[in-house]
Design a protein around this ligand. Structure first.
Ligand code: SF4
Length: 430
């Protein structure tokens, strides 16, 4: 079976994956819907990597194969493509092995990529999501939802996680008539280190889930209220008052990849306050009120506590500047330049010719092979140069593709700027 395409799936307005953000920051949903409505859809490399790992997992669970068979194949996420390597295959396989082990007992039922919605609860917006694997174990009267996380940057907790509870609730609603006492939610996150290991679970009773459901519904209605109040904003002052009333900045801005983090007034104010940053009213230059006291352990601890949130804000700001430039409005002093990818052989034939040329020049295989594959063109060229061999035999065998754009300071680059229009036409040509 081929890998299914997860990249084209649409998300519900209140998706399980945004439940933590929406339940922590009541105004987030309203702000996001308004601010991002004209933004082109973007997907990070990390998100696309995870999508491809999910596609491999689904294909293998459906046809009984192992992830290894995808190694070397190219899979496409929303924006980024990947040649499946061992790391991606291992990540998917850990999830596959866990799901298989939990679903092997007799009479166990398994649903793969099961979609669910909360329509029966009459939420104020469309709400739902997809459970990667849902397992019903009749002997235990337990319904388990297993969620694969491909990321390594944000370590996701299983306990008290609103996304996982949403999956648990969704699985109960999507499979009526099952005799369920407990719901177990499990995260498989092979690439991030956690003290409890890569596989972590939380189990709760159906009664506990019902209680949590009322909390979620209350949060949904508050979010709707915030959204409705947003529609009545008339000027800067009421915008500020709205932000103060409904927005709650914190680590979740980064951990949930809030799409408006770069432009969120509440997060910006919190970042500025955390480091004592202010903008000089005359020069508008940024300044820090007091030099950080790096000798005081308590003060350094306070700065470090804020570091994740600040880093999250900075990376969102970079992504936002990049998006503005792509839309034809680069931030002042910044330009888009081509992002140069890794040099690679043009095809398998070229790779063979390069290996033959290196061997003819007396280069040992250990210098040109990462068995069974060839090393990179650059490594082979360097190995030949060390043998004082003529490297002109390698000309035309490799190519250095451009892999998108980088946003850089105009006065800090010698690379020519590319315009958003050129980019647009390049994309069409492809
Ligand atoms: S950045 Fe943080 S505070 Fe701002 S809307 Fe997003 S979650 Fe809320």
């Amino acid at each position: 079976m081929q890998a299914p395409n997860h990249a084209e799936r649409a998300h519900a307005t209140w998706s399980a994956s945004s439940a933590k953000r929406n339940m922590t920051c009541t105004g987030a949903l309203g702000l996001i819907l308004e601010v991002t409505k004209d933004w082109p859809e973007k997907s990070s490399e990390a998100a696309d990597w995870g999508t491809c790992a999910h596609e491999i997992s689904e294909a293998c669970l459906r046809d009984g194969s192992d992830a290894e068979r995808f190694i070397g194949e190219t899979l496409k996420g929303k924006e980024h493509s990947f040649v499946v390597d061992e790391e991606m295959a291992d990540c998917a396989q850990e999830f596959i092995d866990y799901v298989r082990s939990e679903s092997e007992a007799p009479n166990t039922k398994l649903w793969i990529e099961q979609r669910f919605h909360f329509d029966d609860l009459k939420p104020p917006f469309d709400a739902g999501g997809t459970g990667d694997a849902v397992i019903f174990k009749p002997a235990l009267k337990e319904l388990e939802v297993v969620d694969l996380k491909g990321g390594r940057g944000v370590v996701v907790e299983a306990k008290g996680n609103p996304q996982l509870r949403s999956y648990g609730l969704g699985a109960v609603l999507a499979n009526p008539g099952l005799d369920v006492d407990t719901v177990k939610v499990t995260i498989v996150q092979p690439r991030a280190r956690h003290k409890d290991g890569p596989i972590r679970s939380e189990t709760f009773t159906v009664g506990e889930l019902v209680l949590w459901t009322s909390e979620m519904l209350a949060a949904m209605h508050k979010a709707k209220q915030a959204m409705d109040e947003r529609a009545t904003i008339t000027g800067e002052l009421s915008e500020e008052a709205w932000a103060e009333k409904w927005l709650v900045p914190g680590d979740h801005c980064r951990d949930t990849f809030c799409p408006v983090a770069a432009v969120c007034p509440a997060l910006r104010t919190k970042v500025e306050a955390s480091i004592g940053l202010y903008f000089d009213p005359i020069t508008e230059a940024p300044s820090i009120k007091n030099a950080p006291d790096v000798g005081d352990p308590a003060q350094v601890g306070k700065y470090l506590d804020a570091a994740d949130m600040i880093e999250g804000w900075v990376s969102s700001l970079r992504a936002h500047g990049h998006r503005m430039a792509e839309m034809g409005q680069p931030p002042t002093n910044y330009v888009l330049v081509e992002k140069v990818g890794r040099e690679k052989f043009v095809d398998a034939e070229a790779e063979k010719k390069a290996l033959a040329a290196a061997r003819k020049a007396g280069v040992e295989d250990s210098k040109i092979l990462n068995a069974p594959k060839a090393k990179s063109p650059k490594q082979i060229r360097e190995a030949m140069k060390k043998k004082k061999a003529d490297v002109s035999a390698l000309e035309g065998l490799s190519t250095t593709p451009t892999t998108g754009t980088n946003l850089v300071r105009q006065d800090g680059t010698i690379r020519p700027a590319v315009s958003a229009v050129e980019q647009h036409f390049e994309a069409i040509k492809e």
